[in-house]
Design a protein around this ligand. Structure first.
Ligand code: SF4
Length: 63
């Protein structure tokens, strides 16, 4: 599984960091950091939830 974030659409809402804190982190300046571009399958449910709850649809899960 590969996680792709469209940073032009990200508004720093932080929903993804609550759903999958091992993969998404908000820096102190409010910008999103992708901690793992290819997280293991054990993170799939959390990552898919993050993509679902992102208010701007900035997260795509491939594979
Ligand atoms: S939920 Fe979406 S808009 Fe919010 S920080 Fe994550 S990627 Fe950005």
């Amino acid at each position: 599984m590969r996680v792709v974030v469209d940073y032009r659409r990200c508004i720093g809402a932080g929903s993804c960091t609550r759903a999958a804190p091992a993969v998404f982190q908000l820096a102190s300046d409010g910008t999103l950091r992708l901690l793992q571009e290819e997280p293991g399958e054990s993170h799939r449910d959390q990552v898919e939830e993050a993509a679902e709850y992102c208010p701007t649809g900035a997260i795509t899960v491939e594979g």
